[in-house]
Write a protein that binds this ligand. Structure first.
Ligand SMILES: NC(=O)c1ccc[n+]([C@@H]2O[C@H](COP(=O)([O-])OP(=O)(O)OC[C@H]3O[C@@H](n4cnc5c(N)ncnc54)[C@H](O)[C@@H]3O)[C@@H](O)[C@H]2O)c1
Ligand SMILES: O=P(O)(O)OC[C@@H](O)[C@@H](O)[C@H](O)[C@H](O)CO
Length: 382
């Protein structure tokens, strides 16, 4: 049986990546810091995934096991040395914490084998696997790097499936939306690879990852930030507010104009894509918390992420970006006490002021039009 090592037995890890890999015939070894997930996965060897749709169909994901990244470091290294694929869904800012064990696993593997290995970061980021490769390569010696160049690839990917926070009696159970999309850049893969069923392989990932991140995730966080300011707890409550939905649509019309202009998408098709995503956010069979969707506002305000990047592209093209800067202003007002990045952002605003905070986290200079627009929107929302 082919072997997969997957870092992150959380919502998307169990609800999507683990499910697809298991269905494609892999034995999936989850690696996590959460001892409860690890012991349950190991003991039971399976878990249920329920589709949030009328039929509420449940699939049992089988052939799974798990290792603790805290107490079983050597076993994790050995598993990577023998794996056919390594995937991650831990959060892009956690990649630096797992890069060391991936580097050690690769080093051990290269002493005995030159069998191909794909390492795929399934995170919401542009170039997630490339970022992971840089972190891993920084921990390889020169000889291992040269060998790794020949047999180990880090293809970038885009993953899309809404998986909210889970609260069930069964800690392993995951409720997911029926829709899913996993796109992998085949131009970065080692030739002769065996495709994974359900994965869409493309020669150029850029249009796919940008369409996903700048539509699904830009729209989603806009709903969360504006929803938070209106006192909503879930995205479903926020999206029931027609005025709020039309503000979210305005944001997606701005990113849509950038995407159509940059990637040549068909305008009518893209409008349908926007509508489909607004419907996904509304899915009444899901309860998705505003605090999850808006989480990590510093990451979401970073220059290459879902708000600043399309706003700068719009500015360069002479297109509108006011709605995007309204969402950025919303992120600056996302005062959620148990979100460490929200706390850091509020502390920075109190310490150096909002103008300097915008520059610090978005990279936008105070005299840039987009920065000025963020300030206008911030003062309106505040
Ligand atoms: N949930 C979604 O709808 C969704 C959809 C697409 C992409 N994503 C992306 O997937 C990633 C994970 O998101 P999620 O919603 O599943 O989050 P999550 O918090 O449910 O899962 C993350 C998991 O990683 C584990 N983890 C943390 N540090 C670790 C470490 N050092 N080693 C091993 N495991 C570690 C956590 O214990 C947790 O189980 C994020 O990058 C997110 O943007 C999420
Ligand atoms: O995971 P984040 O924090 O980057 O973004 C939160 C949500 O927008 C995200 O998890 C979506 O549910 C997901 O990207 C849908 O595919």
């Amino acid at each position: 049986m082919k072997k997969a090592v997957h870092f992150g037995a959380g919502n998307i890890g169990r609800g999507f990546i683990g499910l697809l890999l298991s269905q494609a015939g892999y034995e999936v070894c989850f690696v996590d810091v959460n001892e409860n997930f690890v012991s349950q996965l190991k003991e039971r060897g399976e878990y249920p995934v329920t589709l949030a749709s009328e039929g509420q169909e449940t699939v049992t994901v089988t052939n799974v096991t798990a290792l603790s990244s805290v107490t079983q470091a050597d076993e994790v290294i050995a598993a990577i040395a023998e794996a056919d694929i390594v995937t991650t869904a831990v959060g892009v800012s956690i990649l630096k914490h797992i890069a060391g064990s991936i580097a050690k696993g690769i080093t051990e593997r290269l002493t005995v084998s030159s069998a191909p290995l794909h390492v795929i970061a399934c995170e919401n980021a542009i170039g997630g696997s490339a970022q992971l490769k840089e972190l891993v390569y920084a921990q390889l010696d020169e000889e291992s790097r040269t060998k790794a160049d020949a047999s180990i690839a880090f293809p970038n990917a885009a993953v899309d499936r809404i998986v909210p926070l889970q609260q069930h009696e069964d800690v392993l159970k995951v409720v997911v939306e029926p829709f899913y999309e996993w796109v992998i850049d085949s131009s970065q893969m080692i030739s002769g690879y065996t495709p994974i069923g359900g994965v869409h392989y493309v020669e150029n990932l850029d249009p796919y990852i940008e369409r996903k991140l700048f539509t699904v995730n830009t729209g989603h966080c806009s709903a969360a930030y504006l929803g938070f300011l209106r006192g909503y707890e879930t995205i479903q409550q926020a999206m029931a507010d027609e005025q709020l939905t039309s503000l979210v649509r305005e944001v997606l019309l701005e990113t849509g104009a950038v995407l159509v202009s940059k990637h040549g998408f068909d305008q009518a098709e893209h409008t349908k894509y926007i509508d489909k995503n607004l419907e996904r956010f509304r899915n009444p069979s899901l309860t998705d918390e505003v605090s999850r969707v808006g989480r990590s506002p510093i990451r979401k305000l970073s220059p290459n992420d879902r708000l600043v990047s399309p706003a700068l592209e719009a500015h360069e093209r002479g297109l509108s970006y006011a709605a995007l800067t309204r969402s950025m202003a919303g992120a600056l007002l996302f005062n959620v006490q148990d979100d460490p990045e929200a706390v850091e952002l509020q502390a920075s605003i109190a310490d150096i002021g909002v103008e300097a905070t915008v520059t610090k986290y978005t990279g936008l200079a105070a005299d840039h039009d987009t920065h000025k627009s963020v300030m206008v929107e911030y003062n309106k929302l505040k």
